[in-house]
Ligand binder design. Structure first.
Ligand code: IMP
Length: 214
């Protein structure tokens, strides 16, 4: 099985990426699985999901000497002009544990949408993915989206981040979906599946260097 390094310190993303890539014949290692760490975190100052994914993939591929896939993702809420967007992880500040930040982010999002009616609470998760070679070249990029709306209270215990507030097309939040259901519908699942044929090509075919996928 081909193995990729996932450039993330988020255990939830790593768990999802492993489950999404496994049926595609691609194994996923985390930064903690390889010797030489801890690795210096690159500054994500690209200003867009695409450029932040590229910054992370290239930096970790160079540092580790391995083909590396990075996911940069977040939530865009139409009524908030696309916020929290690239600031999704730290929407309500950088202090505390991941779980504390998620809880504060969700509280801030509900407050920002107070009084906004259901039909104006449209939102989407976006995931940009980038795979880079240890020489610093980009092997492939992809993007996935997951459309829904922001609910009025948190529901569900699965997933992470804004999942308890993100109401999907069937009325359940993404925290009420099973892992398999979320991965089949999510921004991360779509981006990873778009990337897989490039990263694990059929024998005899060379990956398209610098390919940009829809
Ligand atoms: P990143 O690690 O800079 O890409 O930040 C991603 C942030 O976006 C996470 O910390 C979450 O707040 C949010 N996010 C991204 N994907 C998801 C998801 O699948 N569910 C819930 N929140 C997500």
């Amino acid at each position: 099985m081909k193995e990729l390094l996932a450039a993330t310190s988020n255990p939830h993303k790593l768990h999802e990426l492993r489950a999404i890539f496994a049926p595609l014949g691609v194994g996923v290692l985390g930064l903690g699985d390889i010797p030489g760490g801890p690795f210096a975190e690159p500054i994500e100052d690209g200003g867009s999901f695409e450029s932040n994914a590229r910054i992370k993939a290239v930096a970790y591929a160079r540092m580790t000497g391995r083909v590396c896939v990075a996911d940069d993702s977040g939530l865009e809420v139409l009524a908030l002009g696309g916020a929290p967007g690239v600031d999704s992880a730290y929407y309500a500040g950088r202090d505390g544990t991941r779980a504390q930040r998620d809880a504060r982010n969700n509280a801030k999002l509900l407050a920002a949408l107070a009084g906004v009616p259901e039909e104006q609470r449209t939102a989407r998760f976006v995931c940009s993915m980038c795979a880079a070679d240890p020489d610093g070249s980009v092997l492939a990029t992809s993007r996935g989206e997951f459309t829904g709306r922001i609910g009025f209270e948190a529901r569900g215990v699965n997933g992470f981040g804004y999942d308890p507030l993100f109401v999907t097309s069937d009325g359940r939040t993404s925290a009420e979906l099973s892992d398999a259901e979320k991965n089949a519908r999510s921004h991360r699942g779509a981006a990873a599946r778009a990337m897989a044929p490039i990263l694990a090509p059929t024998p005899g075919k060379r990956p398209g260097a610098g390919s940009v996928l829809p």
